[in-house]
Design a protein around this ligand. Structure first.
Ligand SMILES: Nc1ncnc2c1ncn2[C@@H]1O[C@H](COP(=O)(O)OP(=O)(O)OP(=O)(O)O)[C@@H](O)[C@H]1O
Ligand SMILES: [Mg+2]
Length: 224
């Protein structure tokens, strides 16, 4: 569960978010789209509590929060297995249990056999899969993803998104997926909000996803 009620946030004189409201139930997946600088990462940081709103309120379900960044942000001196296990240990899990569970999650993201590789020995897409495993292994109540596949090529992105869909399907994790790319959001999310350069927010009507995508590309090409 994540609830934003009339949330506003400024940095100095710049109002980044202006009167943002939405309500996500357990298991909902929200896509957040919009151009660079519009406040997408700020919205995620409000959910984590790293920053507080100036006005309005942010409520988030109790429980662990998983975060997948644009780049994997793994500990370079630890193996793939240990990178996942460290997150479990931080949650209070004992060492052997954490290693077993970390290995299970590496298997789920297609990295069985790579447990003992260090980040420098993994491809970018493999490292990003470790980051996804690390975020999901803690069984987060809330999963936040900030353009998680922006650095991977299109085929791999596609397979990572299918994997993520499978991992989230039917679960209780409330997820927020930030992207520049509406088509990614349409693939993964139940709902999509668009943060706009004029600081207004609109929720897209997804009853006709193909029409939403057409409208998006028409607007994008009009701007070129
Ligand atoms: N801690 C901060 N202090 C000052 N300004 C900030 C801070 N964090 C964000 N901003 C400003 O808020 C605005 C929104 O930033 P944010 O990172 O949320 O954008 P974004 O939509 O995630 O952009 P991108 O798609 O490029 O990642 C930017 O103008 C940024 O400079
Ligand atoms: Mg950002």
């Amino acid at each position: 569960m994540i609830v934003f009620e009339h949330v506003s946030k400024s940095f100095d004189s710049l109002k980044v978010l202006n009167d943002v409201s939405f309500r996500l139930a357990s298991g909902d997946i929200l896509g957040v789209v919009g151009p660079s600088g519009v406040g997408k990462t700020t919205l995620l940081r409000l959910i984590t509590g790293i920053i507080a709103p100036d006005e309005g309120s942010v409520q988030v379900a109790q429980g662990a929060v998983g975060y997948v960044f644009q780049e994997p942000r793994l500990l370079p001196w630890r193996t793939a297995l240990d990178n996942v296990a460290v997150a479990l240990r931080a949650q209070g899990m004992e060492k052997d249990g954490a290693r077993v569970k970390a290995a299970e999650w590496l298997g789920r993201v297609g990295l069985a056999g790579f447990e003992h590789y260090h980040p420098a020995e993994l491809s970018g897409g493999m490292a990003q899969r470790v980051a996804v495993a690390r975020a999901l292994a803690i069984e987060p109540a809330v999963l936040l993803m900030d353009e998680p596949f922006v650095n991977v090529d299109i085929d791999l992105k596609s397979s990572l998104m299918v994997m993520l869909q499978g991992l989230l399907a039917g679960g209780k994790t409330t997820a927020v997926y930030v992207t520049h790319d509406l088509t990614e959001a349409l693939r993964l999310a139940d709902r999509v909000i668009e943060l706009q350069a004029d600081r207004t927010v609109r929720e897209l009507d997804l009853s006709d996803r193909a029409a939403v995508a057409r409208d998006w590309f028409a607007r994008a090409s009009a701007q070129e």
